[in-house]
Design a protein around this ligand. Sequence first.
Ligand code: GLU
Length: 317
Amino acid sequence: MAQTAPPDAALTAAVTEIAAEMAAETERGTVATYIPQLACVDPNQFGLAVVTASGAVISAGDAEVAFSIQSVSKVFTLTLALGALGDDLWQRVGREPSGDPFNSIIQLEAERGRPRNPFINAGAIAVTDALLGKGEPVEAVAGILHFLRGSAADERIAIDEAVARSERSTGFRNFALANFMRDWRIVQNDPARTLDVYFQQCAIAMSCRQLAMAGRYLAWDGRTGPGAARVISAERARRINALMLTCGHYDGSGEFAFRVGLPGKSGVGGGILAVVPGVASIAVWSPGLNAVGNSQLGSLALERLAARMGWSVFADG
Ligand code: GLU
């Protein structure tokens, strides 16, 4: 898609207006409570950050506040696992939307333990297991953090250990998914070791600014900006974007593609990373979720931003 970059003034106005509109919204969704530590988060927060082709970061609201990125981490572990295993990774995980809730177990039995896609919990656990390989969890976690700090150009990115502990002590369903996949040898490590990495990757805390910066390589065909250093191949960036568009919002993926028209990945912490290929990397955060687990205001804000800026992967430029 060849879109021209909008003048930053128009974008700044849109970002500022949308943050003000979101502050006035009363229907804010419900904060996730199944991870007890996430239930403590104040739902009256909203942040938005957009990185443009010039490298400028345009932000509003609570864009500097770190939040639990949760499933947004799955984009980055997929990137790393594809780098480590190449296309062999697809033997362990599919590329189809699931149409089921993010933590569903039902398809796994029917489909011989191979998860539908890398962004539902089962698929992400399989990807994390592949990334762990025969290594140590502490090394895998360090590798994920290293990648994120490098992509975001920010060494402060860290794990919220309280969130990781909270999820580890209550993640019974994820243990069930991992054990079931271990039986099919889709997961090849001791499930506890794989989940040790998975719970920590989900507990990484980042601000909208950091997340939008980290996502730049998806917006610029595998580079952190036009003509900048290559992180991954253009083909791989395009394919990750395709999966984000079709599978990035659980069983709300079709609705998000319909309303927003951009590749995106959401997490139950209320964050969403979205990309406008060739134009912008966007991170939005508001902790209240809609019925399918996607940020209520985050989705609405992205819908409005895309509409006002004329951004869509289906636009003619
Ligand atoms: N850590 C969360 C879980 O496994 C991630 C869920 C999500 O953000 O979709 O339940």
